[in-house]
Design a protein around this ligand. Structure first.
Ligand code: SF4
Length: 222
């Protein structure tokens, strides 16, 4: 796939999935601290579940310094429904402590620094940089982004890191932050894991999966 085709896919997805404010299917937040904490908590669960934890968690721990002093068992009780709650509680408390100790109490703004925080990998760091600071340092690759990218033919890789490399090579940096949102919506609503709804897909004429299946059918008919 070339850059022009990738650009067309981006434009079609933007038209298809306009941003909805207050969408409970995506993390809702008010500041960088909240994005960071909620994104760590969102691993292996849904953004909707994390949004339900949000109010009680930040009522009790409104800022980094509050969470840094928290007792793990108190945090665990608040985030239990997100799964893996002991590890997550440990990570968000340790991340808050490091932010207080090493970054003056403010969530850092670089990939390198964010990766020093417990529980933060490239996906989380990319989401924090984009949503909290408007910085496009890369593309956050989750299960939807990975599946949709491979089906379309934007990447053949199997690891998030390599898929991110392939995507950042083909899309211009100005749209990196949007790609995550667009592909998640497309992956949830149309290009679903079990049965992609290719018949209603706006990018099917550019999709490798769709085109190969069409070719296969045409050959069978011959
Ligand atoms: S054509 Fe099908 S496989 Fe390709 S992106 Fe659309 S839904 Fe997914």
């Amino acid at each position: 796939m070339d850059r022009d085709e990738a650009c067309t896919i981006y434009r079609l997805l933007v038209l298809q999935y306009p941003r909805k404010s207050g969408d409970e299917n995506f993390i809702l937040f008010e500041n960088p601290f909240q994005v960071l904490v909620l994104t760590i908590l969102s691993a292996q669960t849904t953004d909707r579940t994390v949004n339900q934890i949000r109010t009680s968690l930040f009522l009790k721990y409104p800022a980094e310094k509050d969470l840094a002093r928290a007792r793990p068992e108190d945090v665990e009780a608040l985030i239990r429904s997100s799964g893996f709650f002991r590890t997550k509680a440990r990570n968000i408390i340790a991340a808050a402590q490091k932010i207080v100790a090493d970054f003056g109490g403010e969530v850092p703004k670089t990939m390198e620094e964010l990766l020093m925080l417990p529980g933060v990998g490239r996906k989380t760091a990319n989401i924090v940089l984009h949503h909290a600071f408007g910085i496009n340092a890369g593309i956050a690759v989750d299960t939807h982004v990975a599946r949709v990218s491979r089906r379309i033919g934007l990447s053949d890789a199997t690891t998030p890191g390599k898929i991110e490399q392939d995507l950042t090579a083909i899309f211009s940096a100005s749209v990196w932050g949007d790609i995550n949102y667009l592909m998640i919506r497309h992956g949830r609503e149309v290009c679903t894991a079990r049965r992609p709804r290719c018949d209603v897909c706006v990018i099917r004429q550019l999709c490798r999966y769709y085109l190969e299946r069409q070719e296969g059918r045409a050959e069978q008919d011959r």
